[in-house]
Design a protein around this ligand. Structure first.
Ligand code: OGA
Ligand code: MN
Length: 314
């Protein structure tokens, strides 16, 4: 059933029917419950709107799955997008680019190489070849085992952001220790899988999406169960906690989205005047290369806690 849905939404020969895809921009109460969150404290966090304004949902029949509709400010989205493209793929973080096909410079600082490349064909190759970078404990795609020997410092800003979400949603003692940043040019997919390599399978998994939209499938703990399909748009946050933590999920389709909050500064959005690093992203000269990249791409940051409480290493 899972594979059947995956193929249905992936289809390139005929445009699939999207009428069963949950859209939290216009949530259907038959399938979706508004989640009341007990906001802890009154604090705001840089790059985000106040938690009092967050629109949090749960899906009926999918306990533990929490959906927060874009809680980022437009400049906040710009900040995280630029971190994912310009900074996180830098060495010593690990990227998927194969040393037989790409220069050392590209493997060590992909964005800089992509931006300075003069040859259009090579630029295109650099753009579409970048599919993931790993942070903290590096995911080993073959063995699926994390190890102390394959680990770098997890970016403090991303760890702090994730901890803020965790605390606000009532998950205490969360620690972000591993992340995959996925880059999806339109047309690419991510096959059905579960994320079970972490020693700690109780801590929730956090997923932040930016750029063009995706169809995300969330199934059960076996591939026999028919998954729910939902759109993930720029800024949307998905938390896989409790009984959804080990469920099958996939991205069968990335497609263009009418919403591009990072490009459209709406005067109703609160202006961010507190934080210089976020406001610097408003500068259009700074933003232009990222705008170009995102025209036909999606980015997903997928964050896990690896260690159990009190465990110091693997
Ligand atoms: C993953 C994952 C989902 C997404 O990286 O493990 O499931 O939305 N990503 O891209
Ligand atoms: Mn996953």
């Amino acid at each position: 059933m899972f594979i059947k849905s995956f193929k249905f939404y992936k289809s390139k020969t005929t445009e699939p029917d999207f009428s069963e895809v949950l859209d939290f921009q216009d949530p259907n109460e038959k399938f979706v419950d508004k989640k009341r969150i007990e906001v802890k404290g009154n604090e705001s966090y840089f790059s985000l709107i106040s938690p009092k304004e967050w629109q949090c949902y749960e899906i009926k029949d999918r306990p533990g799955l929490i959906f927060i509709r874009n809680p980022f400010t437009p400049s906040g989205q710009r900040f995280w997008i630029s971190r994912c493209l310009k900074d996180y793929p830098k060495s010593p973080n690990v990227v998927n680019l194969n040393p037989k096909q790409f220069s050392k410079e590209a493997i060590n600082d992909w964005w800089n190489c992509f931006q300075t490349e003069k040859n259009d064909c090579e630029r295109k190759r650099l753009k579409v070849s970048m599919r993931w970078t790993t942070l903290g404990y590096h995911h080993d795609w073959d063995t699926k085992v994390y190890s102390e020997n394959m680990k770098n410092k997890f970016p403090q800003d991303l760890a702090d952001l994730t901890k803020f979400f965790a605390t606000t949603l009532g998950f205490e003692n969360y620690s972000a220790e591993a992340a995959i940043v996925n880059y999806y040019p339109i047309g690419t997919t991510l096959a059905g899988h579960t994320d079970h390599s972490e020693a700690n399978l109780d801590a929730p998994l956090f997923s932040f999406s930016f750029g063009q939209k995706a169809i995300f499938l969330l199934g059960g703990q076996s591939k026999d169960e028919k998954p729910s399909a939902m759109f993930l748009k720029s800024g949307d946050v998905v938390v896989m906690s409790k009984s959804s933590r080990l469920c099958y999920h996939a991205v069968p389709r990335v497609m263009s989205c009418e919403l591009e909050p990072y490009n459209n500064f709406n005067s109703n959005e609160p202006e961010e005047k507190k934080c210089k690093i976020v406001n610097d992203c408003d500068d259009e000269n700074f933003w232009t290369p990222f705008r170009h990249y995102l025209k036909d791409s999606r980015i997903n940051i997928n964050i896990r806690q690896v260690l159990n409480k009190g465990q110091l290493e693997l």
